[in-house]
Design a protein around this ligand. Structure first.
Ligand SMILES: Cc1ncc(COP(=O)(O)O)c(C=O)c1O
Length: 389
């Protein structure tokens, strides 16, 4: 039997129609995975990763220990060097996941007496990291530069010596698919001498000539204190890295608990990171994916306009396009109808998003066809007429 308090929490979830459950990957048309470029299914990436393992003599099943003990095999150096070149950064430090990287970074970098200003829609992993930190954290309105500036002024007017004021945002928000004005945010950070951290989880592989991310597309790589890139989304594999200076890397190796107290990634996971990044450079099928994805995003946005759906969708140019349909039961019902018609479109429920902001989240891919996009949006347009905006 579950303790009563826990049972009560589960019951509450059931009552509010927001109980979560594990399901298996569906065979439906994919408008839900983060495999934006189809790399997770790429045979050439799989084969190259195997070849890397062969040639490096690292055909082992596991890493055998933390990166600080026995787990730091040589493929880590190769992968981190590759990341430095690709992402134009002095240093890169690979963590087991984006979750671990954010928790490790925010749990160790901001110190007691420091301040973190964060966007209200920031990812749960950053929130969890901030909870481990002794720094104070303050929420700013979503993508609202004026609100960030207001809080910067409040903090700076306290005039405390040695207070570091960190600002954190995402270049593509995971539930909304929109982006902040990064150029203006950089300007604000310079004005208030605030180190900027940008989570690029959903921007890598989507923005930039070869999928370098939005920060590099805008030429801002030297203006940020740290970036997070993850490999479980467009790169189709697993893991993440913090990009920043050598000194920051050295600090994280010494103090980021989620790096220190966990078994490192197995060699095959790191080999796959290397081969996925190699694929971004390569003039074959997968590089076509890099061109096809933005075309599909453009096509999707045009179609929403044509079908009178534009006002339902949160404006953004990324591979995440969300249509707000208030109410857990409404959004669940619409998702089910789309599923029945063959499309895997996930409902995003409250409390994952604020109540009233429930939504259908369409994740777009290089391998979605225009026919699929047209059909699913036409169906949505028919269904959605019955729901309040
Ligand atoms: C914005 C953002 N940051 C970090 C993460 C965590 O990345 P990972 O899935 O590699 O743990 C996610 C994944 O959902 C995300 O959306």
């Amino acid at each position: 039997m579950l303790p009563q308090k826990l049972q009560a929490k589960l019951d509450k979830r059931t009552e509010s129609n927001s109980l979560r459950a594990l399901t298996h990957q569906s065979k439906l048309i994919d408008f839900s995975s983060n495999d934006y470029l189809g790399f997770a299914k790429s045979e050439s990436i799989f084969r190259e990763a195997s070849a890397i393992l062969e040639s490096s003599g690292l055909k082992t099943n596991g890493a055998t220990g933390s990166r600080l003990l026995s787990g730091n095999h040589k493929l880590y150096d190769e992968a981190e060097n590759l990341l430095c070149g690709f992402h134009k950064t002095e240093a890169a430090l690979i963590f087991n996941s984006g979750y671990d990287a954010n928790v490790g970074f925010f749990g160790s970098v901001p110190q007691r007496g420091d301040v973190i200003l964060y966007d209200e829609f920031i990812h749960a992993s950053i929130r969890d990291g901030m909870r481990q930190s002794l720094a104070k954290s303050y929420k700013c309105k979503h993508n609202d530069l004026a609100d960030f500036e207001r809080l910067c002024q409040v903090e700076r007017s306290r005039n405390q010596l040695n207070t570091e004021m960190y600002i954190v945002t995402e270049s593509v928000f995971s539930m909304d698919g929109d982006s902040p004005d990064l150029e203006q945010l950089v300007f604000l950070c310079e004005k208030y001498k605030a180190p900027l951290i940008v989570d690029e989880a959903h921007a890598v592989g989507v923005f930039g000539k070869n999928g370098e991310g939005l920060i590099q597309q805008l030429g801002l790589e030297n203006k940020v204190f740290a970036r997070l890139v993850t490999f479980g989304k467009a790169l189709g594999c697993h893991g993440a890295a913090i990009l920043g200076s050598e000194q920051l890397k050295k600090y994280l190796v010494n103090f980021a608990r989620s790096l220190i107290y966990t078994t490192a990634l197995a060699p095959h996971a790191v080999a796959t990171i290397i081969s996925s990044y190699n694929q971004l450079y390569r003039p074959d099928n997968e590089i076509i994916a890099l061109k096809k994805l933005p075309e599909n995003i453009q096509f999707f946005i045009k179609k929403t306009d044509f079908l009178g759906l534009k006002s339902r969708f949160i404006a953004g140019k990324s591979a995440i396009q969300s249509a707000v349909i208030p109410g857990n039961s409404n959004v669940k019902m619409l998702s089910r109808k789309l599923n029945e018609a063959g499309f895997d479109v996930k409902p995003i429920l409250s409390p994952t998003v604020p109540a009233g902001q429930e939504r259908l989240r369409f994740c777009l891919h290089s391998y979605n066809t225009e026919q699929e996009i047209s059909t699913v949006l036409k169906l949505l347009a028919e269904l959605v007429n019955n729901f309040p905006a």
